[in-house]
Design a protein around this ligand. Structure first.
Ligand code: NAD
Ligand code: UDP
Length: 336
């Protein structure tokens, strides 16, 4: 079986291609390379001994999308392609709504045109806005605090409405908590452009000497050590979560949403400590004021995925920092 992986050259999409391949599902990658390197294809080949089909294209280009879907007899779409920087989304909201919402609608119309009925969508725990309670389950109210988050809320709504109107369609929204780590081979991982916004790549770049120190945003939160707590999930667990969701619901229809997290929270200081152990390097840090819009604590109720998908995260924080360091030390500047 062949599936289209939009954004498949990016961080999460590329690792999911490995998990799909290992499950006997053939990924066809569709990506405009706006936030990824063509060298990902070589790395995927080194890991899987398979050269995946790759089409350089934009999801706004419905003619190219339709041609790709038909030529490869695509049966479902794994939809990762999106812009993802929260801060940037506040500065350029229209660009985000265009790329993440309008282009996704274009793609859904194209899928309907060529008769593809199933989509697995990269959503985010950001759709829960400010947590009203913890752990967060899938029935938690939906909201957002920034345009990026609203794009995820809107696409979920579009998918739900579309499934209501077309009762043989399937849409699974996977709400990721904090994806981190890298493929255990060290050949593939996350390499953000510019200064990283997220904690783990910032720590990794500090450990490898690209940055002097890390600012810890806030040490006066109501948490055990005062620093922010998040539910970090290993990228390979996240990848297998996609396969589990697809296989469990392949014959179903309707709109479904699942949290993909571990259910456990770790503080910024705990992550830094684990990284120092993995790298055998000191990660210098300074306490800085809280980051605007940050919450103290966030972690998933991961029981629905366990119950319905028979999937649960298996890799712990030490595996996340070990693999992150393995990748960062092999490729200090990413693939460029
Ligand atoms: P990424 O930027 O590494 O990957 C996204 C890929 O999509 C890139 O390769 C980019 O070139 C491509 N792309 C973007 N717009 C496109 C378009 N119009 N047409 C074709 N290709 C396009 O990001 P990622 O971290 O792998 O995230 C993948 C998905 O998961 C995104 O939808 C993101 O919003 C979502 N998500 C990510 C996180 C996270 O922490 N990384 C958390 C929750 C949800
Ligand atoms: N964080 C930090 N310094 C950084 C980046 C992040 O202290 O340079 C903290 C942040 O305040 C939060 C946690 O690390 O408590 C995770 O942040 P990230 O941006 O990775 O994820 P998100 O906040 O989106 O869950």
């Amino acid at each position: 079986m062949k599936v289209l992986v939009t954004g498949g050259m990016g961080y999460i999409g590329s690792h999911t291609c490995i998990a799909l391949h290992e499950a006997g599902i053939t990924p066809v990658i569709y990506d405009n390379l706006s936030n990824s390197s063509i060298r990902v294809l070589d790395q995927l080949e080194k890991i899987t001994q398979q050269r995946f089909d790759f089409v350089e294209g934009d999801i706004n280009d419905s003619a190219k999308l339709a041609k790709t879907m038909v030529e490869h007899s695509i049966e479902a779409v794994f939809h990762f392609a999106a812009l993802k920087a929260v801060g940037e989304s506040a500065e350029q909201p229209l660009r985000y709504y265009q790329n993440n919402v309008s282009a996704t609608t274009t793609m859904l119309l194209t899928m309907a045109e060529v008769g593809i009925k199933a989509i697995i969508f990269s959503s985010s725990a950001t759709v829960y806005g400010d947590p009203k309670y913890l752990p967060i389950d899938e029935t938690h109210p939906i909201s957002s605090t920034n345009p990026y988050g609203w794009t995820k809320v809107m696409v979920e709504q579009i998918l739900e409405d579309n499934c209501k109107a077309n009762q043989d369609n399937l849409a699974i929204a996977l709400r990721y908590f904090n994806p981190v780590g890298a493929h255990p081979s060290g050949l593939l991982g996350e390499s953000p452009n510019g200064i990283p916004n997220n904690l783990m790549p910032f720590i990794a770049q500090t450990a490898v000497g690209r940055r002097e120190f890390i600012n810890i945003f806030g040490n006066d939160y109501d948490t055990a050590d005062g620093t922010g707590v998040r539910d970090y999930i290993h990228i390979m667990d996240l990848a297998t979560g996609h396969v589990a969701a697809f296989l469990a619901h392949q014959k179903d229809a309707g709109f479904l949403a699942y949290n993909l997290g571990t259910g456990e929270g770790y503080s910024v200081l705990e992550v830094i400590n684990a990284f120092e152990k993995s790298s055998n390097k000191q990660v210098p840090y300074k306490f800085a004021p809280r980051r605007a819009g940050d919450i103290a604590c966030n972690y998933a109720d991961a029981s629905l995925a366990k119950q319905k998908l028979n999937w649960t995260a298996t890799l712990d924080l030490q595996a996340m920092t070990d693999d992150s360091w393995n990748w960062q030390s092999k490729y200090p500047n990413g693939l460029e």
